[in-house]
Ligand binder design. Structure first.
Ligand code: N01
Length: 527
């Protein structure tokens, strides 16, 4: 069949895009690989999964009735509540009718006037416009460790966790990976398992999530001022209005005052600890003070000094790998049933049927959990065979790294839009509000194209290259490139290293997108 719009992905971004398309009077069809809506929050059901942005902010703002009727139970909602919210939104706006679930898209071909979208089971639907809402952290990274398929016990991936509860009682469990996913999983497993072994390659900074039930008066205050709160969020740097960084660089404060500010943020909890000071992500001296504070907290929490030293991050400025949030991660290493293996000193040699063999011997396991991250930003698009104008493949357009205009459009792929793609603020701010802002921008663009009588829009020659310079320049003003992280693609073997998100802040990104529209889209061609 032929539609105006095909949306791929039914997570936060895809559901909002499909709803918006229908409200604009367009015919819309969606595909979702999972057998329910939810995206990230459908797949990442591992124990301990919870959001690291406050839920009153990490939620849809496009419908006043929805934001008034939904009440979050906690400050940082856990995965089941966020998934319930998305299911509620999908039902409330009739979005289940639009999406084909359990249907993976394999290929997209631009015909010259439309896109043919072919599913993995070989069916093709056609649309004038395609929106890729396939997520920037949706394709799991499975490292090529020798013998990975040989393990005879139970194997799980945090990024594709089963819906049925997993029982750990009486079992010896191993977790490989200490990013946000591994750090959230470990305390939950440790409480139940006979033994937990955490295999750590890089020690990571983590801040207590400090989630707690939201008092009724706080909820009422948020709801009463929601419009202003959302507006402030969109103008902010990081997509959260509750986190104005301290304006004075840490080195200009007395050590006692700097510690007091950091202590306050630590006690408040959450990912925005990485922005305690305004210049924390751009000034090495401020960053060092913040990093040393957290290193001190780790040494204070973990009783065995040797284990504490292994857990202290030493190779990157705080926040340059995404800071983690946890519920008792460092405390977990005080439990008698938990062991840390420092892979820098004791590397994995291979996986064997009975466990993980490192240089010092075999760690026998009944359960192995992979928490080894994602092929971020480009992974989902790269896995589809996407061919644009003149049959040119996306893989060719991105052979030197992702090339986009405003993080939204790819030169040579007319009428195709990425949400939270490389070159947009995405995970450096609040992905839900970023997607909403991008969706507004895209549907204004569709309207503008219609007013011009244009059937198609594409990126003008040179515009994507200029945007790459803007993205590179924003990154250079920060400390982010100092860490080898998924922001740069360093975690995926062979992936060109390039800092992928726009690090200039959500407010600046919104302004740049608005300026493009206000100027009549000089970075685009219409035909
Ligand atoms: O993935 P990661 P993640 N041998 O890439 C290790 C979001 N998120 O799923 O650092 C041994 O951060 C790797 O080691 P190293 C959030 O944006 C949010 O945890 O490469 N280890 C690292 O320790 C987050 O940043 C929440 O040396 C190997 C780990 O695996 C993003 O998703 C919750 C290895 C991967 O960490 C990704 O987080 C969860 C190998 N061969 C996720 N290969 C919230 O709180 C990799 N590793 C909302």
């Amino acid at each position: 069949m032929s539609y105006d719009v095909i949306v791929i992905g039914a997570g936060f971004a895809g559901l909002a895009a499909a709803h918006r398309a229908r409200r604009a009077g367009l015919t819309v069809h969606g595909f979702e690989a999972g057998d329910d809506v939810g995206g990230t929050w459908y797949w990442n059901r591992y124990p301990g999964a919870r959001c690291d942005v406050e839920s009153v902010d990490y939620s849809y703002s496009f419908d006043e009735d929805l934001q008034q009727e939904w009440t979050w139970s906690e400050r940082f909602a856990a995965q089941p509540e966020i998934l319930a919210y998305l299911r509620h939104a999908a039902r409330r706006f009739g979005l289940y009718d639009l999406f084909e679930l359990a249907t993976r898209v394999a290929a997209l071909r631009y015909t010259g006037s439309a896109w043919d979208v072919t599913t993995a089971d070989g069916r093709t639907e056609r649309a004038r416009f395609v929106i890729l809402a396939t997520g920037s952290l949706s394709i799991p990274n499975i490292p090529a460790i020798p013998g990975a398929g040989d393990f005879r016990g139970e194997v799980y991936r945090t990024a594709q966790w089963p819906a049925a509860p997993v029982a750990f009682a009486g079992k010896r469990v191993g977790i490989i990976g200490t990013g946000s996913s591994g750090i959230q999983t470990a305390p939950e497993v440790a409480r139940e398992a006979a033994a937990l072994t955490v295999f750590q390659r890089t020690a990571n900074y983590s801040i207590p999530a400090v989630s707690a039930p939201l008092p009724a008066e706080e909820i009422a205050a948020v709801k009463a001022g929601y419009a202003a709160r959302r507006a402030r969020t969109r103008r902010g740097l990081y997509g959260s209005p509750a986190h104005d960084p301290h304006p004075v660089p840490a080195p200009q404060l007395t050590p006692a005052e700097a510690t007091r500010v950091l202590q306050e943020r630590w006690a408040y909890g959450g990912v925005y600890f990485a922005r305690t000071f305004l210049d924390q992500m751009s000034d090495a001296a401020t960053n060092r003070i913040a990093g040393e504070f957290v290193q001190g907290q780790i040494r204070r929490i973990v009783r065995d000094p040797a284990v504490a030293e292994d857990l202290v991050p030493a190779d990157h400025p705080i926040g340059t790998k995404r800071i983690c949030t946890d519920s008792g991660y460092f405390e977990t290493f005080n439990r008698p049933n938990v062991r840390l293996v420092n892979l820098r000193r004791d590397p994995i040699e291979r996986i064997e049927p009975g466990g993980v063999r490192t240089a010092t011997g075999l760690h026998e396991l009944d359960v192995l959990i992979w928490a080894t991250g994602f092929d971020a930003f480009t992974g989902a698009a790269a896995r589809m065979d996407i061919r644009g104008r003149d049959g040119v493949a996306l893989s060719a357009i991105w052979s030197g790294g992702p090339l986009t205009y405003l993080g939204l459009l790819v030169p040579g792929l007319p009428n195709l839009v990425l949400l939270n793609g490389p070159g947009s603020t995405g995970p450096l701010a609040n992905m839900v509000l970023c997607a909403e802002q991008q969706i507004d921008w895209v549907f204004d663009l569709l309207a503008a194209a219609g007013q011009r009588g244009a059937a198609a829009f594409d990126v003008a020659p040179g515009a994507a290259e200029r945007w790459s310079e803007v993205v590179d320049e924003a990154a250079r003003r920060t400390l982010f490139p100092k860490a080898r992280s998924w922001y740069l693609g360093s975690n995926i073997e062979g992936k060109p290293e390039r800092f992928m998100p726009y690090a200039g802040g959500l407010g600046a990104y919104v302004d740049l997108c608005a300026a493009e529209a206000d100027a009549g889209y000089p970075g685009l061609t219409f035909g």
